[in-house]
Design a protein around this ligand. Structure first.
Ligand code: NOJ
Length: 577
């Protein structure tokens, strides 16, 4: 029996979206105060449209004392004055929409700023008050804190106030934790989500998901392994992470979001969880599920040593979740918390499994070969862009920016550095203001030429990576990113993706007509017949010998499709330098 041909189900936009992360403070400064702002983002939207991204994710741009650069929020329904105001924000959403770009925000539910009015009121109101019940205030044990919990940025998770009580701050004393079991807190966040949905925000990256929700009795945590850092202890505390109390919050958020979408036809809102679940796809699945988050970042590729076996595992886990559970992967190689990819993969120990710490904040230092890092970073992103799911890029990644490891200590501002007395270098090196122009004036075009010095200095050679010079160079990293995104739109479609066993040293995926192959080794590897069955549509390095894939390179081979009008021939071979 024949009937009308069923058209494939239309997938929400975020299923295959490339999302560009804007760390507002370091993106572009429109008014010359040395701090990036929303008008700065507006002024550079054409760069993002030219790159071909579907959405931007803005790091927190709410009013904040900036002790953790916006992850210490003092008002969830307004804009940080240094970044603009609500009108600027509305203009940004409209200008982005005019270019087909959606705007995602970053919401911080685990904690606020110690300057938040509700926390100030709690301090004033004293022990036992309803104001204190919105946070975790407790009496200590003699002069000791209520329990042995540690803070992610170092020290005890408890801070004593003048009247002798203590409050909980999982990250730092200036980020007090909310108690989401309190109805005021639950209502407040529902209002916050609606407030931004109403302004056209199409989703949220949800910050620090695992620590939301605590065991009610707040018991001591078991001792960690010898030498465990405060960060490791805090993030493995069974009474303060991955709690059922947290899941109750996400289910509420999802109900609200689904209701909102039902009430607003045409809207497709996405909630993406930031939850580091190293090598635990089962834990990721606790968040990415039909009644909680639409997606949860797949951090394992980012955390993986540069070796086929580990990379294959990291990719395979996500494809397994996609096929078995319908979880749409959320790939990312970089963000504002980790060493930039070029530097990370250029480290002499990048292939060493012992350099895998499972933590984005800590690295085992080693000499860095930036040219090697550049090749590997391109190979990595080219591979990831072939995969089903969304891909999050971090600003400056498309320019091939390295981390500034030698940023002078006096300039460092990250609480990770400040609260560990420099024991951990922290994250400032990946947050250096972007170089837009090769001309050094105005911090390489980050600020107007008459502007103040940028909030973090730039290294002397920053012009080497300037966007304007790269835009004019067809072999630049920027040009390659553009070509890769275009190739993705054309060739990387459909959810039917599987790992294929081409060679033990390679990572290979077949997705419909496309086969993407990554060679993470320093030697060319023979790929047999593969190169004869289709066209090489992407190659991040030229292969010196026929039938092989170059060292530290990715290729895409598209099987020739006789039904396509142009025979499915090459779009453009992305083959820089
Ligand atoms: C994760 C954010 O990405 C990071 O920048 C921040 O410091 C912590 N959460 C605390 O909010």
């Amino acid at each position: 029996m024949t009937g009308p041909t069923a058209s494939p189900p239309v997938r929400p936009w975020w299923h295959d979206a490339v999302v560009y992360q804007v760390y507002v403070r370091s993106f572009a400064d429109s008014d010359g105060d040395g701090i990036g702002d929303l008008d700065g983002v507006r002024s550079r939207l054409d760069h993002l449209a030219g790159l071909g991204v579907e959405a931007i994710w803005l790091n927190p741009c709410y009013p904040s004392p900036q002790r953790d650069h916006g992850y210490d929020v003092s008002d969830y329904c307004s804009i940080e004055p240094a970044y603009g105001d609500l009108d600027t924000f509305d203009r940004l959403v409209a200008d982005a929409a005019a270019r087909g770009i959606k705007v995602l925000m970053d919401v911080v539910p685990n904690h606020c700023s110690s300057e938040h009015p509700w926390f100030r009121a709690a301090l004033e109101a004293g022990p036992g008050s309803p104001e204190r019940a919105r946070f975790f205030f407790r009496d200590g044990v003699g002069d000791e804190p209520p329990n042995n919990w540690r803070a992610v940025f170092g020290g005890s998770a408890w801070t004593r106030v003048d009247d002798g009580q203590w409050y909980l701050g999982t990250f730092s004393p200036y980020q007090p934790d909310w108690d989401h079991t309190h109805p005021d807190v639950a209502d407040h966040f529902e209002q916050v989500l609606r407030f931004w949905f109403d302004r056209g925000v199409e989703g949220f990256r949800v910050d620090a998901v695992p620590p939301v929700g605590k065991a009610p009795e707040l018991p001591d945590q078991p001792p960690g392994p010898p030498g465990a850092t405060d960060e490791e202890l805090a993030l493995s505390n069974p009474f303060a992470t991955f709690r059922p109390e947290g899941h109750a919050v996400w289910r509420r958020w999802r109900r609200l979001t689904d209701r909102y979408v039902d009430e607003h036809p045409g809207r497709e809102i996405v909630l993406v969880a930031e939850a580091y679940t190293p090598r635990r796809p089962d834990l990721l699945l606790e968040y990415a599920r039909p009644d909680e988050f639409h997606q949860a970042f797949a951090f394992d590729v980012l955390l993986s040593p540069w070796r086929a076996s580990e990379l294959r595992q990291a990719v395979g886990d996500q494809l397994m979740l996609l096929h078995d559970e319908g979880v749409v992967p959320t790939w990312t190689l970089s963000n504002h918390d980790v060493q930039r990819t070029v530097t990370r993969l250029g480290r002499a120990n990048a292939t060493d499994p012992a350099s895998y710490t499972g933590s984005a904040l800590r690295y085992v230092d080693a000499p860095v070969d930036l040219e090697l890092g550049r090749r590997r970073a391109l190979a990595a992103i080219a591979f990831v862009l072939a995969l089903p799911g969304s891909v999050y890029l971090y600003q400056g990644e498309e320019l091939g920016l390295p981390d500034w490891l030698d940023l002078p200590d006096v300039a460092r501002q990250d609480p990770v550095f400040l609260r560990t007395a420099g024991a951990f270098r922290g994250r400032d090196g990946c947050r250096v203001p972007l170089p837009w122009t090769a001309d050094p004036a105005g911090a390489h075009g980050f600020s107007p030429t008459t502007g103040a010095a940028p909030w973090l200095p730039q290294p002397d050679d920053w012009g080497r990576w300037a966007a304007d010079a790269q835009a004019a160079d067809p072999d630049s990293t920027l040009a390659t990113y553009r070509a890769l995104l275009a190739a993705r739109r054309r060739f990387a479609t459909g959810n039917d993706a599987r790992l294929v066993d081409l060679h033990p040293d390679l990572v290979a995926v077949r997705r419909g007509r496309l086969v993407a192959v990554l060679n993470p080794t320093p030697e060319p590897v023979r790929v047999g017949d593969l190169l004869t069955v289709g066209d090489v549509v992407v190659a991040t390095e030229r292969s010196a010998a026929r039938g092989t894939i170059a060292p530290d390179a990715t290729i895409w081979v598209a099987a020739v499709d006789a039904t396509s009008p142009n025979g499915g021939g090459p779009a453009r071979v992305a083959s820089p330098r």
